[in-house]
Structure formats: structure tokens, C-alpha cells
Design a protein around this ligand. Sequence first.
Ligand code: GLN
Ligand code: ZN
Length: 760
Amino acid sequence: MVTIHNLGFPRIGKKRELKFALENYWAGKISRTELVEKGRAIRAENWALQAEQGVELLPVGDFAWYDHVLTTSMLVGAIPERHHQGCDDANLDTLFRVARGRAPTGCTCAASEMTKWFNTNYHYIVPELSINQAFKLGWQELFEQVNEAQQLGYKVKPVLIGPVTYLYLAKCAGEEFNKLTLLDSLLNVYQQILAKLAEQNIEWVQIDEPILALEIDDSYRAALNTSLSKLSGQGVKILLASYFGSVANYYQDIASYPVEGIHFDCVTGESDIEKLDVLLRDEQILSLGVINGRNIWRADLEAIYQQVSTVAKKRGDCLWIAPSCSLLHTPVDLEQEEKLDSEMRSWLAFARQKGTELSLLKKALSTDDSTAIADYSAPINARKNSPRVNRLDVQARVATLAETDGQRNNPFPIRNLKQASVLQLPLLPTTTIGSFPQTQSIRAARRAFKAGELEEATYHAKMKAEIRDAVLAQEALGLDVLVHGEAERNDMVEYFGELLDGFACTQLGWVQSYGSRCVKPPIIWGDVTRSRPMTIEWTVFAQSLTKKKIKGMLTGPITLLFWSFIREDVDKHVIANQIALTLRDEVVDLQNAGIEIIQIDEPAFREGMPLKASQWSSYLDWAAYTFRVSASGVKDETQIHTHMCYSEFNGIIEAIADLDADVITIETSRSNMALLGAFESFDYPNQIGPGVYDIHTPNVPDIGWIKGLIHKAAEKIPVTRLWVNPDCGLKTRGWEETRAALDNMVTATKELRAELSRSD
Ligand code: GLN
Ligand code: ZN
């Protein structure tokens, strides 16, 4: 009989209970005991939700107070010295110090770095390992949680990040060294962990090695071999799990691992099923990740049934089924959505519903009766031919896209001259990235508007008043290119998601982004069109208040794509092109309404890169083309900006140039302009605004510091092509620090201009 298991469940809570508890604890409003209690309640609810849906082997160790990579660091005793603060026993506050640089107890110190977990929008805390790192069995929470679940009567499978993936994701603290030299010592601790779990009567432990979905070098392959040999035979059975991509490069390696079971992602690696079935020994468990753990579509269970029934028959008890990866990346429960219409709901499945899907599939596999799954899958199959989903006009327009649609009328040098003559900007023009502080009063007004307590006209008037304040503030500061400030936008993706046809927004479809922060990705369910302009009214209003240029502000096609849940029945680049065409229309409308500078933000451009390096160049080609489609409908005189943050440009700088934006603003201040290194060997042709201060802290940068950074930038890029701006939008900041920081930025720029004109 097939067994249903799960790799992990969202830990944030159905109503983001963990978020609120954490934030209350950090603010000193609840005690540590209360927080711990809340965590326990969420775990209990999660296990109950999964068990009710028929999951037989439940994950434990998937819960995390902040991030599961950080939990692993706590477990193996890899906490940077500065976060211990004299107390050797790591506790919850130690964990928060690593994650946030502060905690209710202990003083402030620099937090550890955070970065994206593979190609998801989840961020993990990067372990900092030193050359002589000593690992030890540290925090004991995992064992307590196992106990907790067992007391509740559940059969559980602890989940651990595999030691090799852990080392792969870590960074060297101090000097660079080969992280794999630490493997032996780390394996000793993993052996102790497994031994302890065996004492707790645990039968199965899941070891996650998602680096098998990448293209890794031979040293990491060898490390995986060593690791799995050392971890087998420790008293528990090992299920090696990989996800996010096909493991096609490593079939032979996988077949040789001395483990009792293998889980892999059949959604991204469909053809792996047959291969692995043949290669694995009969008594090994084959766990098929058949339900997409990263998207929200109702599964086509009939198709999955067809795909796996032969293997299931053959393997009998040795076949497990599961979601492709942890459900961390999906919202908790579709039942909570009250505003999606019933047809739309019948197309979706969130984390809880994925358990039901596995149960239905198991039933069909064990009875050979597929009636129930056929019924279940009927709506998602009907969707394929729905006229609501398939808009022939949109499809026809995308089909006619040609190379020239991704080209401006003339190359940058010609556009540059024309733009200079109409825009009349000074040397080193100053600007910001788009948003101004989203104050409590803005948020409260939006909440009231959405709850139906505030009339639309009143809400609009309030937003316009905010825009007016932002414009006047920028004029007073003496900035050169102004923005309207984005008061009316809750989020740069959701705002457009609410306005575009083919997108749906949920009420409670929250997914953890990092720590207590969650995002609510829109769902792209059909062909995308724009039934009306989306930003013109606000932008034109802002322009009417000032003689300076207002820069229009849009979110780019690649970012709208990757920060949404996307449909799976058409290629990504086709969806992106549909979005690009709607943005192209918006860009042209902005131009025709008198807006001469338009920024198209693409912070997700780099993270859209496929996991396998061999696929990068084809991605970069279509992504850059898509961006250019959105930007190229305008005349030469209209200046197109783009913005990217957290971007590492080495290796993609040619693709960035390929976007052919007239101006790009980027994040460089935190690395002290080190990011500009990429611009040393490559002569970036267009204009660029390297961020001159970090907006992620409330600290006000001083004038000398800003001047220093601009000087540094000017060593790499001719000063005539440089802009001066903060490194990202200001929406998370308060007005006071924003004013002070921008004031210093403008003063620094004016002083530099004066110095430069004297030295001429
Ligand atoms: N224009 C957006 C803002 O200023 C850009 C945000 C981003 O880069 N993430 O908020
Ligand atoms: Zn940014």
C-alpha cells in the first residue's frame, strides 16, 4: 500500500499567527513563554491539518522561529561568536540576534546575511563558518518537537537540511577556504543527531539535499557520497530528498547511495520517475513528489495517476507519494478565501488541500478506481478550454511579436542626445527609486477603503494629498527628478495584480518571505490584458503639481511574473510577453500624457535565473527581450529607467546592458560600491545610478560618506553618465530620516558639482 508523507508545512499559521506573535515578542508586548506557547499551538494545528487530510508520515523539524537554515545552524552549534554574547547555551534570543542583530535580551550586533533559498522567494539566513569551525550538538528543539508530536500520537519523520547542502549554502567568515574541509566535523554532529532520533524510536529521517537539482562540481558530488555513507547505519532509515529540479545529471550517484529511500520532484523532473524506478533497488522506497509544492493549482490527478500507476503497482509498499517539496511556498488554506469566485476556487489547492489530493490519489492507486479523481480534476481540465482563460485577442497579439518590438527606434547614443536636450538635467542628476514612506495613516486609509468603510472618492482624495506632500517635499529638498511616491500602492506586484485582467489576488494567501515577513503573491490564471490605464491618473496629478519632471513608475514584466503564482499551461516567456505588452501600452499612455521619464522596476530579474547554469543564457535572452518589449513603444526622447536591488551583477552584466534601459539604478551602497566591480571589466554603455545610501536602516548617511561613494563610482563610470539616488524605495522608512538622508544626498551632490566645475 502506498504511503502519504509530507516534506514540510507552512509555519507562519493560517492567519499569520506566528508573524504577530514574533513581532509582539520583539516589541516586548508578550513574554517568551507566550511566544513558545504560540509556536507549539501552530505546530499542533499543522499536524492536525495534515493528518486530517490523510498524511500518514508527518514532518517535524519543518517549523522554524525565523528560518530553517538558521534552525540548522542552531542545531549544529554554528552560531557566530558575536551573537552568543557571553552565554554559551544558545536560546531563542540567540537565534533572533543572528537573524535580526537584536533580541529582547542582549545588545545589538550585525545580523547575519540573508539570501534567497534556491529559486524561490523565501530568504534564509546564511550560515557564517570559519576555517576552523567547531560544530557541536547545539540547540535541542528538534528532539523536543519530535517528543511533542509523538505525545500527540502522530507518526513523524524528522526533516533535516543535508550537511552538504548546508555547507554549500554557507559563507566563509573571514578568509576564503574550501568549506568541504568542514564536512567531517559536521558529519560527526549529524551522526549524533541521528543517534538521538533513533533513541526516540524514530524510524525515518528525511535528509534534504536540494543541491542535486543544480549543476554541482565533482567535489560536492564526492561530498554527497561520503556524507550518505556516514549517515547510513546510524539506527534510522534515511529518505534522501531533493527538489526544485530534475536530478537527471546524477542518476548513477543517487542509485549508489546507501540509503533506504529517495524522494524527488516529479513536477520538475517528470522523466526521472522511470529512470529512478529502474535504478533503485526493489526494497528501496521511491518517493514521488507528484503534487506541486510551489504552486497553487488543483492537481490534475488523472494525469498523475496515469503517470505513476505502473510504478506504484510494481513497487507496492515501497512507493510513497508527497508534494514535490516543502509546502512552505504555498498559502495554508483555500477554505479561508471568501472573495474568489467559485470557478476560480475550483482551480486551486493550497497546502491543506494538497493533502486531500494525495489521499484521493492513494485511493485511486489502491483501488484501481479513478472515478473520484476524474471528478476532482474535472474543473482544472475544463479550465483549459475556458474562454475566460483563453483570450484569443491576447494570444494573437503575442504571436505577432517580432524582434523589432524589442528595439527602441534608435540606439542609446542618439536617444541620449535627444533626451539631454528635452530633459535639461544637471550633471549628476538626483532622484529616488519611487516609493516614499508608507505611513500609518496611508495604511489605515487603505484598510478602511478595502473594508468598505471609506468611500472611493475619499480614499482617492487622501492618496492625492499624500502625493502632493511627497512632491512638495521633493521640491523643497531640491531633487532633480521627482516621483509621485506610490502612496496608492500596497505592494509593487499586488497593485498591478489587482488591476490587470488574468490576475487574481487572495485575501489570506500569505507565504513567508523571511522571518515574520510574508507576501501575498497574485495568481496569474489566464491570458493577461489591461482593460484600463493603471497609473496615469496618479502620475499626471503629480506632474501637475511641479515644473520638475515626474518619473512614472511601473513594475516590470519579469518581476510581475516571478513574484506571482503562475499558470502552468503556457510557457513562462509567453506569460511574460503578455504582461510586457500591457506595460508597453501603459508606458505609451504615460508618454502621451506628458510623462517624459518612466521607470520599469525589475528587482526579480536575476532571481528568475534557472537553477542549472546551462540554462542561464536562454533565460537571459528572453527575459531581456521581454523587458525591452515593455519599454520600446516610446519615442527616443522618452527616457526609460529600470531599477534592480540586491543584485549581484557579475556574470549577468551583458544581459543588463542588453535591457538597453537609458538609466539603471542599482543597489551598491551596502557593498561600498564593490558591486560596481562587474562594471570594471565590462564597459556598461548607458547611464547608471549606483545607490549612494542604504535605505534598509534608519541611519542617516553623512555628506562625506556619500561624496566618497560617488567618487568611487566615478572611477568606474564616467561622471557624465552617473545619477545620484538611494539604493531602493523609501516606503519602509519614516519621513524624518528620509528627509534628513535625502537632504544630505542633495547637498553632497551639489558640493561635488561645484568641485567638478572648478576642476574643469
Ligand atoms: N519602485 C519601487 C519602490 O520604490 C521599487 C521597489 C523595489 O525595488 N523592490 O518601492
Ligand atoms: Zn529596490
